[in-house]
Design a protein around this ligand. Sequence first.
Ligand code: OXD
Ligand code: MN
Length: 594
Amino acid sequence: MTKNKYVLSWIEEMAALTQPDNIVWIDGSDAQAEALRAEACSTGEMTKLNQELLPNCYLHRTAVNDVARVEDRTFICTSKKEDAGSVNNWMDPKECYDTLSKLYRGSMKGRTMYIIPYSMGIVGSEFAKYGIELTDSIYVVLNMLIMTRVGTDVLDALGDSDNYIKCLHAKADIDESKRYIVHFPEDNTIWSVNSGYGGNVLLGKKCFALRIASYLGRKEGWFAEHMLILGVEYPDGKVKYISAAFPSACGKTNLAMLIPPEFYRKKGYKVWTVGDDIAWLRIGADGRLYAVNPENGFFGVAPGTNDKSNPNALETCKSDTIFTNVCHNLDDNTVWWEGLDDNPPHNALNWRGEPWDYKKYNKADKVGTSGAHPNSRFTAKATNCPCLSSEFDNPAGVPISAIVFGGRRAKTAPLVYQSRDWQHGTFVGSIMASETTAAAAGAVGVVRRDPMAMRPFTGYNMGDYFAHWLEMGKRIPNPPMIFNVNWFRTDDEGNFIWPGFGENLRVLLWILARCDGAVEAVKAPIGYLPKAEDINIEGLEDVTLDTVRELLSIDHENWLADVENIKEFYAFIGDRVPAELYEELALLEANLKA
Ligand code: OXD
Ligand code: MN
């Protein structure tokens, strides 16, 4: 498949270490994928679902101890510990190579090693970066075929260069005490061992497109961010693009695939999805910031996805999809998950593969009693998404008008506010946070700071990451405006005040109007707030102007408590937090006390 001597010698070395019985190159062809699906079904690794109802869909179950990303087993191995920073786990690279080599040695005996040449981004485009993943898992191969662009054209584009990310994955024994997800940013290398769960083993996604790419982006002058990208189409046909970062469980996929409320649909508004998880952003020739989604599919959380929360996602996963750890309906050989509908199957296997009694479901013990695991997933093709943007395949990306940050805050953050400028916007991103809710075990309202939603995904020191944001701001002639949103304000009874979902378009339209200079705003201690009457509530039943006023109110005491929490967090990040952000923090405190 290639004569590239770097690639061939690396594969030879990894094969000598892992000792597979066979080596198979993945060429991206349908015929090869079909043969691998058949093989996975013959060994029980996957189950073919009802082909009439769910054409080309399959079910896979991971090991019971292997159902999520493992942040405590994830490491950034830079030669200097400070370069990984206090937010990341760190290991000395040499020590790490030695430790993991022992786990890899002979781990593929009796197995096949698959070689997956893949591209993040359109092959041959300015944005694209190439990787090769070696794995002993057919499940990984089939997921990578959906999530990335795989095939011989990647090797052709790479030519005889050594500029690719070397990714090694071995299932080994799926032993969680020996599970490692390790990044060597200085060596363009990712090693993953003892897991078979998506986020730990589909190495193009979090490991490459965020952790390694963020490191490369800093070196090369671009951004790799944990952001969705969407386009809002106006009745006159113009489309404006927004990228938005939210921590997990804040509805990124839902926002990316938003369906406008009827009031706006009738007028001709539409929302187009470019990406739901990762954005790579570069400065374009016209001085604006351009974004691409480097992925080629969606690895979405299944539970809670239904025809109200996200009909587009539901449609996307009706064909060509791999379901992982969902509930298996044995009556019609389909799948089910909590929150899909009110008709749980009566004859079913749960995510563990055991007979499941829906009557025993207990919200307080989801993992123990649910049909689908709370983190069960669908891996679905982007091209199956009914609202996929026509710009999805544009190698130049889409011009971003607004960057939106957000989290889940019951009281503190208003529905929306705008930062004063790029430096202040960087500050707003750096203080992003989400609160634990009553739905989860443990204390309610505990704040977890998650800067730019990148806390688990920045491949270097968080202080340096903030500095990179400030530096980029100086280099972008026409930067996007930066906003913060919060869909999760609650009243005194703990009910959400804002209806959310499709109605969030109303807030996006205010944001875009601000970018156009088409609407005024009110100066507040934290930035610019909308005038309540400028958030359009026409057609909304339970929202009055007073509700909007409440959503936009700022409780100074809550904010001052937050300031103290931010000081602690910055101190934890350490001495590389830029002085400019401390200036912004001091200004915020002074404004709140004034
Ligand atoms: C995540 C994901 O964990 O996208 O953020 O899977
Ligand atoms: Mn994500």
